[in-house]
Design a protein around this ligand. Sequence first.
Ligand code: ZN
Length: 284
Amino acid sequence: MNAASDRVTLDVIHTARIPMPHDYVFRPAGRPLSRWWSGSRVGPDALDGPCLSFVIRHPSAGVILVDTGLHPDAHRSLADFGRPMRLVFRDLEPVGPPFDQQLRALGIEPEAVERVVMTHLHVDHTGAMRLLPNARFTCTRAEWTAAHRRLAAAKGYVAHHLPGAHRVQLIDPAVDGTRHGAFTHTVDLLGDGSIRLISTPGHTPGHLSVLVRTGEHGDVLLVGDAAYTRRSIDEDVLPLITDDDRASRTSMREIREHIASAPRMLVVPTHDPSAWHELRSASG
Ligand SMILES: [Zn+2]
């Protein structure tokens, strides 16, 4: 580990809770219609899924966020999620103060944030992009394209959450990326190996995971929604819905193989009920 990564820190902001039906997270066998039925009901075995944003502090690059939280409007009504996503997320419950206040609690003014990596552009990750007026956002070209397709709203993308294209840095890991460990396409964001963006499509067309080399926790793999839980990775279980099952399986296999080569690495899927607990939380 070099001196710079010794001083990279990673905090987590818990923005909301969402009960996730067991059969939504872990796709059951059976016919599509019965799967839909069981996967859309919140039963007693539902998982208490968090929605998370991450705060990286780098000694020379400063603050870099991974994903954002909710806009304060979403604390009053989920109208901010637009239709039809307010129905899909009807059981979502905001947690703690609004995102900008949670950032300030970490000593970060929202206006001072200059860089945000977006794992993907689904509504539960994009709400607070509007609270960061001076930020540039990094995501894949494939994801940006998917978020602006016709009928994108039905796939979880909400146009009014997204910034203008001039504030977005588009990357294309399949073209510009290099191999890293088990991962086929990765981009070294700062050129010092401390933050690696990893192409993990499947949940969405241009999904990224983020490997952060920290001082306190060693390597931390922020999986985003490439897998909903650690168990999904370990047991190779897809969720009820993906954008592309084959790509999802390939991404989960690469993650699993990378974990095999670094078994002590902390692995944090965004919606895993407990994986994030080892990180320092904004609310202490
Ligand atoms: Zn998602």
